[in-house]
Write a protein that binds this ligand. Structure first.
Ligand code: COA
Length: 416
C-alpha cells in the first residue's frame, strides 16, 4: 500500500520537541523527511536526559522516527549553496528556531520564495506578533501564557502545568494541519505559502472551554465548579480540581488499595441519563425517589461534593477495573487512572501500533509511540530515528546531486 504523503519531500530544520513532532507525523504519512543538523552537534535532544552513555536519548529517538539525517551548516559558503539546492528540491520546510534564526542564516521567507515559489514554509514560535514575539519559549512557558496553568490545579492550590505536552506536541500537531491545508491549496494555486503557529495560540485553542467559562462567569457562578455554592468566584475562571470541563459533572474517586497504589483511582461522570443506573448499581435507589433532592441534575449540582463522596465509598470497595466493568454496560462514562507502566503493557495498544517496540543499532530495543492517526488505505510503519548524519552522503548525492569530489570539498570546509 502506498503512503498518503509519498512523493512529498520535507526540509526539516526542527529541533527539540514541537517541530520534530510535526515532521514526525509527516514522515509517518510517508513524506521523505530530511532532518538538517549542525555538523558534529545535531539536535540538542540527542544528548538530553540520556539513559545510556553516548547513545541518542529516548527524547530524541521517540520524536524523530522515519526521518533521514544530513549534517549541514547553511552559514558556510558551500553549506549555503547545498541548502539552496535542498530548498529547490523540497515541497515543505519546517523550522522552530528562535525568532529570526533562519533570516540570520540568509534565508528569509522572501528569499525562500525566490528560490522555490512552490515551497510551503512552516514555523513554530512561542508567540505571534506582539510584545513577546522575540522571546524563546519552552513547553511550560506556553502552558503558563496560553491559559492552561491558570485553570489547572486544585481549588486552593497554585497554578499547575500538565504532563500532556500541549505547548510543544500540541503546537506541532496544529502545524501539521496548516501544512496539509497549504499543500492542498498548492494543488490549484501552484504556489506555496507561509504557515505559522504560535505555541501560546495553540495552547489557548486547546483551552477554548475555559474562555467559554470566562464569559459564562460574567453571567453568574459556574455551577459545575467545586466553588459552587459555598466557595467564592473572582473575576477570572478559577482552577477547578478534577471537575469535568463539560455539562456533565465528573470527579476522580478512590478505588480499593488507594492507600498503597498511587494510581488506584477512577474518573466517573454522573451523566444525567445514566444516573439512575449508577444509583441502582450502588444500591442507592433512594436517590431516585422524587422527594430526594438528588433525584434531578439541578438538585445534585449544589451537592456534587457529597454525591461524589458517596460514590467514592462504593468505589473504594472495588478495584478500578471492576468499577469500569460494572459501570460501562450502564452507560456511565468512566475511566480508570492508567499508569505509564500499565499503558506500556496494554496489549490492545500494541495490537494497533500505538505502542511499538523499535530496534535501534546503538540502544537496542525500546518502546515508542507510533502514529495515533490511523489511515485505512495507507497505514504508518515506525522506523528508528537516524544517527547523526547517517544519510549525509546519500542525500548530498541523491537529492542535491553532488559528486564525491564536491562532497569532500564540503567536508573540508566544515559545511557538512
Ligand atoms: N548549522 C549551523 N547553525 C545552526 C544549525 C545548523 N545546521 N541549526 C541551527 N543553527 C543555529 C541557528 O542559526 C541559531 O543561531 P543564531 O542564534 O546565532 O542565529 C541557533 O543554532 C539556534 O538557536 P535557537 O533556536 O535560539 O536555540 P536555543 O537552544 O537557544 O533555543 C528554543 C531553543 C526552543 C527555546 C528556541 O529555538 C525557540 O524559542 N524556538 C521557537 C519555539 C519552540 O519551538 N519552542 C519549543 C521547543 S520544543
Amino acid at each position: 500500500m502506498s503512503k498518503s504523503l509519498e512523493g512529498v519531500r520535507v526540509l526539516d530544520m526542527t529541533h527539540v520537541q514541537s517541530g520534530p513532532t510535526c515532521t514526525q507525523i509527516l514522515a509517518w504519512f510517508g513524506a521523505d523527511v530530511i532532518k538538517v543538523e549542525r555538523p558534529g552537534v545535531g539536535d540538542a535532544t540527542r544528548g538530553q536526559l540520556r539513559d545510556i552513555p553516548d547513545v541518542d536519548s529516548l527524547y530524541f529517538t521517540m520524536l524523530n522516527h522515519n526521518k533521514r539525517s544530513v549534517t549541514l551548516n547553511p552559514k558556510s559558503p558551500k553549506g549555503n549553496r547545498i541548502f539552496t539546492r535542498l530548498i529547490e528540491e523540497c515541497d515543505i520546510m519546517v523550522e522552530n528556531f528562535a525568532p529570526g534564526a533562519l533570516d540570520r542564516m540568509g534565508f528569509s521567507w522572501e528569499k525562500i520564495q525566490e528560490i522555490n515559489p512552490r515551497m510551503i514554509y512552516a514555523s513554530v514560535k512561542g508567540f505571534g506578533p506582539g510584545p513577546y514575539e522575540d522571546c524563546k519559549v519552552y513547553e511550560n512557558v506556553a502552558q503558563c501564557t496560553g491559559g492552561s496553568a491558570s485553570t489547572t490545579g486544585m481549588v486552593d492550590g497554585p497554578p499547575l502545568v500538565t504532563a500532556a505536552q500541549i505547548g510543544d506536541s500540541g503546537t506541532g500537531i496544529h502545524l501539521v494541519a496548516g501544512i496539509l491545508a497549504a499543500l492542498h491549496h498548492r494543488t490549484h494555486s501552484g504556489r506555496g505559502q507561509r504557515v505559522t503557529c504560535a505555541m501560546q495560540d495553540a495552547v489557548l485553542n486547546l483551552c477554548r472551554v475555559k474562555l467559554r467559562d470566562q464569559q459564562r462567569l460574567a453571567k453568574g457562578p459556574l455551577k459545575e465548579y467545586p466553588q459552587y455554592p459555598n466557595g467564592k468566584f473572582g473575576e477570572a475562571v478559577p482552577r477547578a480540581g478534577n471537575a469535568s470541563g463539560g455539562g456533565q459533572p465528573g470527579w476522580i474517586v478512590k478505588c480499593k488499595d488507594w492507600e498503597t497504589d498511587p494510581d488506584s483511582y477512577i474518573y466517573i461522570i454522573t451523566q444525567a441519563a445514566a444516573f439512575a443506573g449508577l444509583a441502582k448499581a450502588m444500591g442507592r435507589e433512594e436517590w431516585l425517589d422524587e422527594s430526594h433532592q438528588w433525584s434531578t441534575p439541578e438538585g445534585r449540582l449544589p451537592h456534587l461534593d457529597q454525591v461524589f463522596a458517596e460514590i467514592e465509598k462504593w468505589t473504594m470497595t472495588k478495584n478500578k477495573f471492576e468499577v469500569m466493568e460494572i459501570l460501562n454496560p450502564l452507560n456511565v462514562p468512566c475511566g480508570p487512572i492508567l499508569s505509564m507502566k500499565e499503558l506500556a503493557g496494554e496489549p490492545s495498544l500494541r495490537a494497533t501500533g500505538t505502542v511499538v517496540e523499535v530496534d535501534h543499532p546503538e540502544r537496542g530495543k525500546f518502546l515508542s509511540i507510533g502514529n495515533p492517526i490511523k489511515l485505512s488505505e495507507s497505514p504508518s510503519d515506525v522506523r528508528r530515528s537516524p544517527l547523526l548524519g547517517e544519510h549525509t552522503e546519500e542525500i548530498l548525492k541523491g537529492v542535491v546531486g553532488l559528486s564525491d569530489e564536491e562532497i569532500e570539498e564540503a567536508r573540508a570546509e566544515g559545511a557538512v
